[in-house]
Design a protein around this ligand. Structure first.
Ligand code: PMP
Length: 452
């Protein structure tokens, strides 16, 4: 009989697998945790230990693991159609999901192009933007503007428009040149300055860059409201409003990467709603399937679509494809996810859940090694520093966040940090008691990590 314990499975895993975003050497001391099952916010390993999934399994899970409604929808889909080529053929779940996305995304986004992960969606948006200008007779537009500290994925195009040095620097010689503008990230605002004032002030740098480079720029790509992989840094919606106006003025597209912030994370279904703007492209993934299956969508306008729509021989078509485009199982999970939003008043319920998050995290503000507790909707981040007065960070080599992670695991909480930033980004079905537990374990974990 094959032994199925944590240790036995971890050993088999480490013999053949290579995990994402991991220095595999770490697993000489950090245990690999094999998960047997998930239920709601809880994951259970092969030794019977349970972990509260406080990071929604990399921000994808919205309504819990093994959600009954999504499970039922997928079982039904499985009995009918698992997948079909998406060129020349279509299916009901893909159509339904696109119809629903057109309905719920900002007004004017009337076209849906599917891809199969977030990075691929970013590649699609970049290519579509460039190709639009080319089809319009403006081939000189070849560049992209991006924000410092931004993150848009790991494929070469997506990595190029991202800006987190840890992920990017190694591959710099392979990447296209982009124009980087300082971020509106409010962590650096002056004492007493509001988020709105700081973000508006920072917009001047973007305005100058647009003015200077508009003739050669296709688009500005941005993570609306929260730079998630960039340490959950946050800024005010006024920046998005100003950016939309400036993009119109300088004839540059606006690509909103809502891969992480979409589907309710910032308190509204989409972050762009808080600035009442419609981007030219909106990239969606992660929560799109409730955390079940890889799928992405790029939503765009009729104007974009029409610029590609012509006789074949004009060669203006968008010939981008992925084998699993519009996967039927993934689309069906997406439909079930949006039905939960619509039928269960999730955005409304999240308002009080976000308040509870703020309440349980209130004690962290005064912690001697917490520089800032910041929150936008259902995302709450706690920034650890060596010196609270000067904001001097802990040297990254000390890996204080990993210490919190390890401690929290030993207490049954999955709190994977971003460097020295601990954050809560839980599934929306988390209860008040579970939030209290999460905060208590985070507190103890931080106490443990800042010792000596
Ligand atoms: N954009 C943003 C804002 C993201 O947070 C991520 C993933 N963390 C991506 C793009 C890339 O998505 P994926 O990991 O599915 O390629």
């Amino acid at each position: 009989m094959i032994l199925k314990t944590n240790q036995a499975l971890a050993q088999r895993d480490l013999a053949v697998l290579w995990h994402p975003c991991t220095q595999m050497h770490d697993h000489e001391t950090l245990p690999m945790i094999p998960i047997k099952k998930g239920q709601g916010v809880w994951l259970e390993d092969f030794d019977g230990n349970r972990y509260l999934d406080a990071v929604s399994s990399w921000w994808v899970n919205l309504f819990g693991h093994a959600n009954p409604a999504i499970n039922a929808a997928l079982k039904d889909q499985l009995d009918n159609l698992e997948h079909v080529i998406f060129a020349g053929f279509t299916h009901e779940s893909a159509i339904k999901l696109a119809e629903k996305l057109v309905e719920v995304t900002p007004i004017g986004l009337t076209r849906c192009f599917y891809a199969d992960n977030g990075s691929a969606a970013v590649e699609v948006a970049l290519k579509m933007s460039f190709h639009y200008w080319r089809n319009q007779g403006r081939p000189a537009k070849t560049k992209f503007i991006t924000l410092e500290n931004s993150y848009h994925g790991e494929t070469l195009g997506a990595l190029a428009v991202g800006n987190v040095p840890l992920y990017k620097e190694t591959y710099a010689p392979l990447l296209m040149d982009v124009i980087s503008v300082p971020s509106p990230d409010c962590y650096h605002r002056e004492a007493g300055e509001s988020w709105a004032d700081y973000s508006s002030r920072r917009f001047e740098l973007m305005e100058q860059t647009l003015q200077q480079h508009a003739d050669t720029v296709c688009a500005v790509i941005i993570e609306p409201l929260v730079q998630c992989a960039g340490s959950m840094r946050m800024y005010d919606a006024v920046y998005l409003k100003l950016l939309r106006e400036a993009c119109d003025k300088y004839q540059v597209h606006l690509i909103a990467d809502e891969i992480a912030v979409g589907f309710g994370r910032t308190g509204t279904l989409f972050a762009c709603e808080q600035a009442a703007i419609t981007p030219d492209f909106m990239c969606l993934s992660k929560g799109l399937t409730g955390g079940y299956l890889p799928l992405a969508a790029v939503m765009t306008t009729a104007l974009m679509y029409q610029a590609f729509y012509d006789d074949y021989v004009k060669l203006t078509a968008f010939l981008h494809s992925h084998s699993y485009t519009g996967n039927a199982l993934a689309c069906r999970a997406g439909v079930a996810t949006l039905e939960i939003f619509q039928q269960q008043g999730i955005i409304e319920k999240n308002r009080s859940l976000a308040q509870t998050m703020a309440k349980v995290a209130a004690r962290f503000h005064d912690h001697p090694h917490v520089a800032e507790v910041r929150q936008t909707g259902m995302i709450l981040a706690i920034e650890l520093v060596k010196n609270k007065a000067t904001l001097e960070p802990y040297p990254w080599q000390e890996r204080r966040g990993v210490k919190v992670y390890q401690y929290a695991l030993s207490k049954g909480v999955l709190l994977r940090p971003l460097g020295n930033v601990i954050y809560f980004m839980p599934p929306y079905i988390i209860t008040e008691d579970e939030l209290i537990l999460l905060a208590e374990v985070a507190w103890q974990g931080i106490q443990h990590a800042v010792k000596e």
